[in-house]
Design a protein around this ligand. Sequence first.
Ligand SMILES: Nc1nc2c(ncn2[C@@H]2O[C@H](COP(=O)(O)OP(=O)(O)O)[C@@H](O)[C@H]2O)c(=O)[nH]1
Ligand SMILES: [Mg+2]
Ligand SMILES: [Zn+2]
Ligand SMILES: [Zn+2]
Length: 277
Amino acid sequence: MCVTCGCGTGETKFDGKVLPHSHDGDHHHRHQHNTARFGISAAKAHSHGSEQTRRVKIERDILSMNNAYAEENRSYFTGHGIFTLNLVSSPGSGKTTLLVKTIEALNGSLPLAVIEGDQQTDNDAARIRATGAPALQINTGKGCHLDAHMVGHAVQQLGAKDDSLLLIENVGNLVCPASFDLGEAHKVVILSVTEGEDKPLKYPDMFRAADLMLLNKCDLLPHLTFDADLAIEYAHRVNPKLQVLRISATSGAGMPEWLAWIREGCRKAVAAKASLG
Ligand SMILES: Nc1nc2c(ncn2[C@@H]2O[C@H](COP(=O)(O)OP(=O)(O)O)[C@@H](O)[C@H]2O)c(=O)[nH]1
Ligand SMILES: [Mg+2]
Ligand SMILES: [Zn+2]
Ligand SMILES: [Zn+2]
């Protein structure tokens, strides 16, 4: 169940197979699966009091469990110099197109891997693999977001390299992925110009959780009434520190700035690993 919208999670699949739950070998997780998988029923079994109190406790348990996994992922990423981005947006804003263009533009200059999240299909992982980059598709079934536990296993399965870039495309949803830390360095929110200027005001949690907003599909602006300055003003109203880049994944406008931002992040991640000794 999602703590934000109450949706069911269904069965999670990795490249079409059920999420593995055996923990042997040198898996970097140190978590206990019994509590991870059955956090909800454990909470149910041990809570007392009103339905409302019980719900609050379940929500708190799910988020604190997620945060524990996220911290495991984060320390793994830090220890291995992996710069991890969590791309979040509504469906169709252009995340996969942007990833494909980004990978093509980087042209093998840094090692990278992609984790794709969608409720169903492996279409996006196939689009990424067509570039030659490794990609793992997570299908969340009825679930509306990726969580840190899924990402930990996906990283293990992908075998993310040291000093690399890890790009995570979250499930298209401007609400629930805001609450789930995956251990990433930054959430990057993509807003496309066909979605309306007011989305940052309507979905403030996501724009607050992000460090960078990519305003995508700017090539379409001449055909629309969308006011880009106003959209950015709204985004800054909910998050004054939000960095913003205006881009077009299809025309390539703004891509040099986006690539420079990625390279700087990778450089810092490698330096942080080195400073650990
Ligand atoms: N005009 C235009 N279309 C874009 C741009 N980026 C993506 N698209 C289109 O938007 C649609 C959804 O893109 P997709 O990458 O699948 O979005 P996702 O659901 O966020 O992964 C596709 O038809 C893309 O071709 C862009 O910069 N400009
Ligand atoms: Mg996609
Ligand atoms: Zn949800
Ligand atoms: Zn696990």
